[in-house]
Design a protein around this ligand. Structure first.
Ligand code: AMP
Ligand code: MG
Length: 410
């Protein structure tokens, strides 16, 4: 008899196939900095200025010329403030009081911090040795004019946008938002807020996918719930294909009698693959419609979110031209309790990663791992990734964990 897992492609092969097919969008738009938050840089940005733009003091203290350091107390000839370059006389044998960020006055070779001086009337005595150049931040020491400060493909957040602001850059070219059409399939589905008829359940997936797409900065076109009817599905797919870069459905992608998703994808486009050796999430279809990419998520909500996270998220990142979104970090930790696993598929169990009393990291199952038990995400903070051929895991065995990224954080 053919094993249950025959004909399934591996997770790695699926991800490679999918990423190999996707080429980044080229459409860019220019936005003022605050509006560019969360977006992806379409082009590299070079600095129009040196940073810092002029030599300046790193301390509140006194500006010195080395030749004036004879050991005698130094009279203070004036004060240099931030934003006000020194324009007065600086007599030989004296020093200038200087504030952090103030321009270094001509001839100054070092700044001594205030804490390393003693004041005697209008003079100061140095209480520590001084070396030439100390406490002076040099022009261009951080960034030189013309240096590339941001690569194309970087997501713009609190580390990147203030950096651009510090260079006087007011707007930035970003990739336009991806347009993603979503729909749920299933005669049994009802929208929250409506009463449930016998046999109905509430649509979880469309809501979950919508939220995750919002987090990723996509424009969402919500086509609602589509009945398990080939004509209705065909019409929805055609509509979605005309408006979206990516179409994401859920349900109907398995081998049930009302599962029309794959059939429709074959009719209107092309199926690249649709059966994965992963758990949860075995039925996941990837392919193309006439104008858009297509992802058919499994109907079970745990599987829908898992496959969105593990496969659609990298797809969208690549399509949006995002760099550095390569493999998510994983680490090996000990399981603090047993984990159920049958050989044959790569398992992504929901886990709780925590610190044991001895300070080491440990992971436990977040509870019932059924692909319909959506609450298993609620207390979890990582995926426990169990190798395809592995069986049950005993407490104390090493397992690989992948902490959730911001997509699954509250
Ligand atoms: P299917 O792949 O369409 O056979 O669906 C598999 C299971 O997931 C069934 O129990 C469906 O009722 C359930 N399901 C499908 N779509 C959704 C959805 N959008 N929200 C919650 N459960 C769903
Ligand atoms: Mg269904």
């Amino acid at each position: 008899m053919e094993p249950f897992t025959a004909g399934l492609i591996s997770f790695e092969q699926a991800l490679d196939t999918l990423l190999a097919r996707i080429t980044p969008l080229q459409d860019a738009e220019t936005l003022p900095l605050p509006a560019a938050a969360g977006r992806i840089a379409a082009r590299p940005v070079t600095s129009p200025i040196d940073v810092p733009p002029f030599d300046n003091s790193a301390m509140d203290g006194y500006a010195l010329r080395m030749a004036d350091l004879t050991g005698a107390p130094l009279p203070v000839a004036g004060t240099v403030l931030a934003g006000a370059p020194w324009q007065g006389e600086w007599p030989t044998g004296s020093c200038l009081r200087i504030m952090t960020g103030a321009p270094i006055p001509p001839g100054c070779e070092a700044v001594v911090m205030q804490e390393q001086t003693q004041q005697q009337e209008e003079r100061i005595i140095l209480t520590a040795a001084v070396s030439a150049g100390q406490n002076i931040r040099r022009a261009g020491e951080d960034i030189r004019q013309g240096n590339v400060v941001l690569q194309a493909g970087q997501r713009l957040g609190p580390a990147e946008l203030p950096l651009l602001a510090s260079l006087g850059v007011a707007d930035v070219a970003v990739v336009r938002p991806l347009r993603v059409a979503i729909l749920s399939t299933g005669d049994e589905l009802q929208s929250p807020g409506q009463p449930l008829a016998p046999g109905q359940i509430y649509d979880t997936n469309r809501f979950a996918v919508h939220l995750m797409l919002n987090k990723l900065g996509c424009e969402v076109i919500d086509l609602g719930i589509i009945r398990d009817d080939p004509a209705a599905l065909r019409a929805a797919f055609i509509e979605a294909d005309t408006v979206a870069d990516v179409v994401i459905s859920s349900g109907g992608v398995s081998v049930g009698v009302a599962d029309y998703t794959r059939q429709m994808l074959e009719e209107l486009g092309e199926v690249a693959f649709w059966k994965l050796a992963i758990k949860p999430g075995k039925p996941f279809a990837f392919g193309r419609l006439a104008n858009s990419w297509f992802c058919g998520l499994p109907g079970n909500p745990v599987s829908a979110v898992l496959t969105f996270y593990q496969l659609v998220q990298p797809l969208l990142a690549k399509l949006a031209g995002q760099q550095g979104a390569a493999l998510p970090p994983r680490q090996r930790v000990r399981a603090s309790g047993p984990l159920k696993k049958s050989p044959g598929r790569l398992d992504f169990q929901r886990g709780v990663l925590s610190r044991a009393e001895d300070g080491s990291l440990q992971v436990a199952s977040s509870g019932h791992q059924g692909s319909h038990v959506f609450s298993s995400y609620q207390h979890a903070n990582c995926f426990i990734v169990l190798e395809r051929e592995r069986g049950n895991v005993e407490a104390g065995e090493w397992v690989e964990v992948e902490p959730f990224n911001a997509l699954l954080e509250s």
